[in-house]
Design a binder for this molecule. Structure first.
Ligand code: C5P
Length: 220
């Protein structure tokens, strides 16, 4: 079959990454975590002492770091200027700063170009997860999914991932980040008109995966 492009968007804690990786692995497709790219450029800015309260300072260096994503769903990788940053991009420090960086238009243009090039070169197709994949990055995707879940479910899942982190603090940080991502001017978190919305609150990960795999099958 022809290469199939699947866009999976939604706020954090809805199971986007777990779902996207599993669907890509099951269907033999590539996988791209676009949040990891925004985290990687944020990590580089922190590492280089860029003033993140100044959007023009961020814009001025947006083109500098070389970000490379490995797209095997069984072992996704991310490097910045050759350094493996898979671990450091998940710290609470980077997580709390990424929305300020991802809101800068020059950053988005740069990262969006990277994403489109990766999607184009995926021979068998790709599952791309993020916030604006269906609306901006790949508006012609074959299938667009928008994952949602209640704030309580999202915070509980995230705290579980962070091994016992305070659920209430996690929920507050999540809500703050989603509000920033949804209200920014350039390419905010949004459901595309033609996206299928899946509320995962009452579903197991396995059920969400099966649902998406079925939807991809219907498009092929
Ligand atoms: O998905 P993840 O939580 O790793 O995303 C980290 C951040 O990257 C988001 O909070 C958002 O600011 C940014 N992001 C984005 N557009 C995307 C994917 C992520 O702005 N397509």
């Amino acid at each position: 079959p022809a290469a199939v492009i699947v866009a999976i968007d939604g706020p954090s804690g809805t199971g986007k990454s777990s779902t996207s990786k599993a669907v890509a692995a099951q269907l033999g497709l590539s996988y791209l975590d676009t949040g990891a790219q925004y985290r990687a450029i944020t990590w580089w800015m922190v590492h280089n002492g860029i003033d993140l309260t100044d959007p023009s300072a961020i814009a001025a260096v947006a083109g500098k770091p070389e970000i490379v994503s490995g797209t095997d769903p069984a072992a996704p990788t991310i490097t910045v200027d050759g350094t493996d940053v898979a671990g450091p991009i998940r710290t609470t420090d980077v997580t709390s700063k990424v929305s300020a960086v991802s809101a800068v238009p020059e950053v988005r243009t740069r990262i969006t170009e990277l994403q489109r090039a990766i999607a184009r070169s995926a021979e068998k197709g790709i599952v791309v997860e993020g916030r604006d994949i269906g609306t901006t990055v790949l508006p012609d995707a074959d299938l667009k999914i928008f994952l949602t879940a209640s704030p309580e479910a999202r915070a509980a899942r995230r705290s579980g991932e962070l091994k016992g982190a305070d659920v209430k603090a996690t929920q507050e940080a999540l809500i703050k980040r989603d509000a920033a991502d949804s209200s920014r001017k350039t390419s905010p978190l949004a459901k595309a008109d033609d996206a299928v919305e899946v509320d995962t609150t009452e579903l197991t990960l396995q059920q969400v995966i099966e649902c998406v795999v079925t939807l991809v099958g219907e498009k092929r």
